[in-house]
Design a protein around this ligand. Structure first.
Ligand code: B3K
Ligand code: ZN
Length: 887
């Protein structure tokens, strides 16, 4: 907790460290409340540093026991112990520093540094948690070789792990076991990890492309030993994929993953010893949904891919976070597209981007993919750094092509292996490998905000020309009043009247130009206005633009409804088919919101219903894509499409569409649901693309039927809930029942809890379904659940399932006109801040858009934020989010 005003850290003030560390020897005597840490490190002054440069070490919340240099005690006259630093004066050019500190893992509720989760000792050091273990230059540009000794009671802690390979293991006469781990690869302190506890081992092996055998070890609490198979299978796929897709082989003899229940984020890529939130490891068909299975496959792969993009090559400083995160998310997305439905996975990427990143880019905490300032780096693990960062790599890939991208990546790995580098270094490797100038492209790293691109088309039937003019604008964001145009790759096709793409010939282009006459081209916008004239088009084509969502922009094609309906049925790019359906649905919902405002009766447009009907009755379509096309845009994204967010309007209009579809298409939805359910009957659960698609479409049918509330739909929901043999189907039923009156919903909640009370991840779902259910007493119900014995503020998953889900995904409840939802959230942020600042700061998110609501709500949200600000002691994390929101 800070009492003085937190300081802003600037990229412009980066300076290399004065001292480097080559080796560190760590010894942990584990004890829940008094773990003693002895750190012995070899320091050398860097060339260029002044001879009297003091040694500056980071440290927070440590009890300092002693300091020695080259074996001689250092007295307090030679060092200053500040709140988060230790400064030692008069150190020689090269020396060995020994620091002894004592820490309290069991009392560590922030879950950063060394802490305990259900009695298991574990660490989380990224970004700045190592300083909660010992005094050290806790910055990623200090890379050292680690040797870690763990001393503990083998009865209580039968498993004791750290990075690398075990090199010694002995039990002393005192009955304590000492195990020594050595990691041969130099790494920054944020990749250090230690785990100790009573854990079950699920083991397998993998033979790398060069024939080396790697032991794959998954450690979980013994009661979870039957939920490891999917994570292990995912890991093996990830190792194999990185070898073929990027030529990257794993480099140690052991790869370990430990699953713990209390974890702030999804997972952590510590070298050779990942620590995971159990949500991203544990799965059994009856406890985990298809979405959980997909999440596990993606996150296990993501953490593995960090071994090269993050660990072998790391960030020079935390401003460069997207260097490893954007790139690794892009690699994860490529992996997922290769293993699941490529079109569906791209749709999911874009849904996430629009629901989380677009609002961030348009709000008070907008920041570039490479931020240039921060107060608390934990606040910058954002959708912008991760998801927009991935879009930037995807654009690079689209602009230069797969072969050039691979050459650039190869050069990047070869040039920077073992280094801590910058985003410039990454782009330079691609430019150098391909002899390209990527200078303007780099603006994607430094300019915040989502570009808006509008399109004007003009067809001249006599000349056979078709003009497409793109105009881009980028609105100012905090600290960036003036913007340069971005380089925007627009994948495009021109669709003829019969649905077939037409050859694309540009005016004044030689017939043998690289893309001349192609059925799809990448059009590159690099100015504010860019015009393309296509030839030999006697009939007006329908343009299919930004295919596969080739750039993270808001595109306004100004297409007619009829063109959208045409693209929904004919575009050969599955993403753009989906996009046409989304755009059409957004238009319909906007018109309904206007009707509500004007007091006009609501009518679902016939053409929209017909387009919907055609899609659900076309047996030739992939069920997964049908489900995506027919899922209405979420309330968060709808809010983003309105300059003044109309809370009631969005909910009422969206509900109206859902109910009308459910009512007017009841026979078709029932027939489709019954057919999909029959196809599934008796089949064992498999996480396999076709089956996932069928389940998701069946659940979507049920959701529409549930919205209409007809008896046939509700009976099916009850039956599915009661008889399902997998969690995807059970939850599909439960979600429908959750929105029904108490006599239908409560028995379902009770039965679900009774069955699953011993499975924490399923209990999270139980909280989440109730927190997001639409009911008039939503907040009171959440308040009741906060008192439930299974609820705990100490467990981040639980907090996210109840408080986070309510605030982010129950707009009727959270934005209730009386403002109690806002007061509730402010209370919880304050309460959590004392325990776990990172989780508290995340909960500020729903307040960030406060200026976009009506005056009354603005006033109430602002008052809630000011109430948080008025607290005497706030963490840096919450302070930064709240001050920026109010600015
Ligand atoms: N690198 C970690 C995130 C660490 C979060 C620190 N507050 C997970 C990941 O992106 O792979
Ligand atoms: Zn990552």
């Amino acid at each position: 907790m800070k009492t003085d005003l937190p300081k802003t850290i600037l990229l412009a003030e980066y300076a290399p460290p004065a001292y480097q560390v080559s080796t560190i020897d760590l010894e942990f005597r584990l004890d829940p409340h008094a773990t003693r840490v002895t750190a012995t490190s070899r320091f050398d002054r860097m060339a260029g540093a002044a001879a009297d440069a003091p040694l500056v070490l980071d440290g927070a919340g440590l009890r300092l026991v002693s300091i020695m240099i080259d074996g001689a005690p250092v007295g307090p006259d030679r060092y200053d112990q500040q709140e988060e630093r230790l400064v030692i004066r008069g150190v020689p050019a090269g020396f060995v520093l020994t620091v002894i500190t004592e820490i309290d893992p069991a009392g560590n509720t922030a879950l950063e540094g060394l802490y305990q989760s259900n009695g298991i000792f574990c660490t989380q050091c990224e970004a700045e948690g190592f300083r909660k273990i010992t005094y050290f230059p806790d910055r990623p540009d200090v890379m050292a070789r680690y040797r870690t000794t763990i001393i503990g009671d083998p009865v209580v802690l039968p498993v004791m792990l750290s990075n690398g390979n075990p090199v010694a293991d002995e039990t002393g006469p005192d009955g304590l076991r000492r195990i020594v781990w050595e990691d041969p690869f130099p790494k920054p302190s944020y990749l250090f990890a230690l785990v100790a506890g009573d854990l079950a081992l699920h083991e397998d092996s993998f033979t790398t492309i060069s024939g080396r055998s790697v032991a794959l070890r998954l450690y979980v609490e013994p009661r979870n030993a039957d939920k490891c198979a999917h994570a292990m299978a995912s890991l093996k796929k990830a190792l194999a994929w990185d070898e073929t897709a990027y030529g990257r082989e794993y480099d140690l003899d052991i790869y370990m993953i430990v699953a713990v229940d209390d974890f702030n984020m999804g997972a952590m890529e510590n070298k050779g010893l990942n620590v995971f939130n159990s949500k991203y490891i544990l799965a059994r068909p009856d406890t985990a949904t298809d979405a959980d299975y997909a999440g596990i496959e993606a996150v296990v792969a993501h953490e593995y891919f960090h071994n090269w993009t993050g660990n072998r090559i790391t960030c020079r400083d935390w401003f460069q976070l997207s260097l490893k995160e954007g790139l690794t998310v892009f690699r994860e997305q490529q992996f997922v597209a290769d293993h699941q439905s490529a079109a569906v996975s791209r749709i999911h990427d874009v849904r996430v981007l629009r629901a989380a990143q677009f609002p961030e880019d348009a709000g008070p905490t907008a920041h570039p993919v490479r931020p240039d300032s921060y107060i608390e780096i934990s606040n910058f693990y954002t959708s912008t750094v991760y998801n927009k960062g991935a879009e930037v790599i995807r654009m690079l890939h689209t602009l230069i092509g797969e072969d050039a991208y691979r050459r650039g990546m190869d050069l990047y790995f070869q040039r920077h292996d073992g280094q801590a580098v910058t985003c410039e270094d990454f782009i330079r490797a691609h430019a150098d490998a391909n002899d390209l100038d990527l200078g303007d492209f780099f603006r994607w790293y430094v300019q915040a905000g989502t570009p808006e691109v509008s399109v004007d088309t003009r067809h001249d039937p006599d000349a056979g020309t078709f003009d497409v003019t793109f105009t881009q604008t980028l609105a100012p964001t905090p600290g960036q009043p003036v913007k340069q145009p971005m380089v925007v790759p627009v994948r495009a096709a021109l669709i003829g009247p019969d649905g077939a793409p037409l050859p694309m010939m540009l005016a004044n282009e030689p017939a043998d130009a690289p893309q001349a006459g192609a059925l799809e081209r990448v059009l590159v916008l690099s100015d504010r206005v860019t015009r393309f004239t296509f030839m030999q088009l006697p009939e007006r084509p329908v343009p299919s633009l930004l295919r596969g969502f080739s750039a993270p922009v808001k595109l306004d094609t100004r297409a007619e409804d009829a063109d959208l309906a045409f693209l929904m049925g004919h575009d050969d790019d599955p993403f753009n088919r989906w996009e046409a359906a989304q755009t059409y649905a957004i238009r319909v919902i906007h018109r309904l919101i206007a009707d509500i405002g004007a007091g006009r009766p609501l009518v679902l447009p016939l053409e929209f219903r017909e387009a919907f009907t055609r899609t659900i009755t076309d047996d030739a379509l992939d069920p997964a894509l049908v489900a995506e096309a027919l899922t209405l845009p979420g309330e968060s994204y709808l809010a983003e499409t309105m300059s003044r967010i109309d809370v009631e309007g969005i909910t009422t209009a969206r509900q109206f569409v859902r109910r009308e579809i459910g009512r007017s298409l009841e026979p078709q939805l029932i027939a489709l649901f019954d057919r999909l359910e029959a196809a599934e009957a008796g089949q064992p659960y498999a996480f396999e693309t076709a089956a996932v698609g069928r389940r998701s479409l069946a659940n979507l049918c049920l959701a529409y039927l549930g919205a209409a509330g007809g008896a046939a739909g509700l009976e099916r929901a009850e039956r599915r809930f009661a008889t399902a043999t997998n969690m995807t189907d059970a939850l599909g039923g439960l979600l429908v029942l959750a929105d029904q009156p108490g006599e239908l919903s409560q028995p379902a909640f009770d039965a679900f809890y009774d069955r699953w009370k011993d499975e924490p991840l399923v209990v999270d779902k139980w909280f989440m379904v109730q927190a997001t259910a639409s009911r008039p007493d939503a907040l009171d119900h959440v308040l009741t659940l906060m008192e439930h014995p299974a609820f705990s503020m100490r467990n981040p998953n639980r907090v996210r399932s109840l408080i986070g889900a309510f605030a982010a995904s129950n707009p009727q409840g959270f934005h209730a006109a009386d403002g109690r939802g806002y007061e509730f959230l402010a209370d919880q942020i304050v309460a959590l801040d004392a325990m776990n600042p990172q989780i508290a700061a995340r909960l500020v998110g729903p307040f960030k858009r406060w200026r976009r609501y009506d005056d009354r709500r603005q006033g109430m949200m602002r008052a809630a934020l000011e109430r948080i600000m008025s607290r005497k002691s706030l963490s840096r994390d919450v302070y930064e989010m709240v001050t920026k929101s109010l600015a």
